[in-house]
Structures are given as structure tokens and as C-alpha cells.
Write a protein that binds this ligand. Structure first.
Ligand SMILES: CCCCCCCCCC(=O)SCCNC(=O)CCNC(=O)[C@H](O)C(C)(C)COP(=O)(O)OP(=O)(O)OC[C@H]1O[C@@H](n2cnc3c(N)ncnc32)[C@H](O)[C@@H]1OP(=O)(O)O
Length: 176
């Protein structure tokens, strides 16, 4: 994805085939009105993880715009979804993330955050993604590096226990 500013993505409709399970204890999943972010991650038939999301007023940094740390949370969550597709029984943790904020993201609008199919090298999982504004402008791009935790790590057990909510995706297609 280009890092140039004010670039519009060429979009097409993608078919949603499922949803990544979510947990109410996760900041990225918890959708209370003034609590967490509340993302729901759809999986598409061509291997993307994607979400439509209405940006919250309570996540402002500069007035009227989403805080950059919250935008980082969008990406940490959505890009992490690719690690679940690859290894549903394992847990992966973020060890590095690079974000390019190309255009400010307003609160109170529907954005889309997309994770491309991952590159895998042993325990290392590399995922790239982008955030689209309603007019298809690429506002933010991100690259993240995840590492699957060892089987002996109790996080894995806890993770699987916490991820109870599967549910049906709220939409059948998503455009990006
Ligand atoms: C239920 C819903 C949950 C939703 C979650 C949403 C997504 C949220 C994701 C996150 O935000 S996770 C929170 C932020 N991340 C962290 O706190 C991770 C902190 N780092 C660690 O705990 C450890 O680095 C980690 C468990 C990931 C790995 O430790 P290990 O002891 O298992 O790994 P090890 O030391 O054996 O290293 C394995 C490989 O990873 C490399 N490595 C380990 N830690 C690294 C690091 N921090 N940075 C870069 N590389 C690292 C290490 O060099 C080595 O490379 P090679 O395979 O090439 O030899």
C-alpha cells in the first residue's frame, strides 16, 4: 500500500465468510459506549481480515479527531486477526508495529480497517494493513510483527478460554 498522502484505494466488494471470535475482556473487542474500542473482525473469502467501524467521540485526541494511540489499537487488533486465522490454537503477541498517519481520522464516521494476508516465517508473523475513510482515501497504513507464544506459555490456555464469542458477522460483504 502506498505511503503517499490523499491516495484513494481502488475498491471492490469482498465476501465475508466468518468472524474472528472476540472477548469482552479485551480493550480492542469491548464495545461499551465509553469503554473499549469494540471492533468485530470479519474474515473474507480471499484471506483478508476486515472491519467496518464507527469512530467514537470518546476516542478523540485533537477535538473531532481520533487519537493516534486508538488508531494504533485498531491496527493491533485487526492485524492480529490474521494470526488467529493462521494458528487458532496458538496466541500471538505483538512485538513491533509501524504506523504511518497520512490523514487525520474524524470521530463519528464509518471507517474500514483491513489486514492483508500474512507472511509467516516460523513463529514470526508479519501483517500489513490500511485504514480507509468513507471516501476510500487511505488515511493510515501499518505493518506489524507478531510472535506466536510457546505452547508452555499459560497465555495460550487463557486466550482460548477468553475467546468465547464467535457470533455471525453483521454484514455479508465489505468494500475495500
Ligand atoms: C482474546 C482476545 C485477545 C485480543 C488480542 C488483540 C491483539 C493484541 C496484541 C497485543 O497487543 S500483545 C501485547 C503487546 N505485546 C507484548 O506485550 C509482547 C511482549 N513480548 C513478549 O512477551 C515476548 O517477546 C514473546 C512472548 C512475544 C516472545 O517471547 P518468547 O520467550 O516466547 O520468545 P523467544 O525469546 O523464544 O524468541 C523467539 C523469537 O522471537 C524473537 N523475539 C522475541 N521477543 C522479541 C521482541 N520483543 N521483538 C522482536 N523479536 C523478538 C527472538 O529473537 C526469537 O527470534 P528467532 O526465532 O529468529 O530466533
Amino acid at each position: 500500500m502506498s505511503a503517499e498522502r490523499n491516495v484513494k484505494a481502488e475498491t471492490k466488494e469482498h465476501t465475508v465468510t466468518g468472524q474472528i471470535p472476540w472477548s469482552e475482556t479485551c480493550f480492542g473487542c469491548n464495545g461499551g459506549p465509553n469503554e473499549g474500542v469494540g471492533l468485530r473482525l470479519a474474515v473474507t473469502d480471499d484471506g483478508y481480515v476486515a472491519c467496518r467501524y464507527f469512530t467514537k467521540e470518546c476516542h478523540q485526541g485533537f477535538p473531532g479527531f481520533v487519537h493516534g494511540g486508538i488508531i494504533a489499537s485498531y491496527f493491533d487488533e485487526v492485524l492480529w486477526g490474521q494470526t488467529v486465522i493462521l494458528a487458532p490454537e496458538a496466541s500471538a503477541m505483538t512485538v513491533e508495529m509501524n504506523i504511518r498517519y497520512l490523514s487525520a481520522v474524524k470521530t463519528g464516521q464509518e471507517i474500514r480497517v483491513i489486514a492483508k494476508p500474512a507472511k509467516v516465517e516460523g513463529r514470526h508473523i508479519y501483517v500489513e494493513g490500511f485504514l480507509l475513510l468513507p471516501d476510500d482515501t487511505v488515511a493510515v497504513t501499518a505493518k506489524a510483527h507478531y510472535i506466536t507464544v510457546k505452547k508452555s506459555n499459560t497465555l495460550t490456555e487463557h486466550e482460548n478460554e477468553r475467546m468465547k464469542h464467535g457470533e455471525e458477522p453483521a454484514y455479508r460483504t465489505i468494500r475495500f
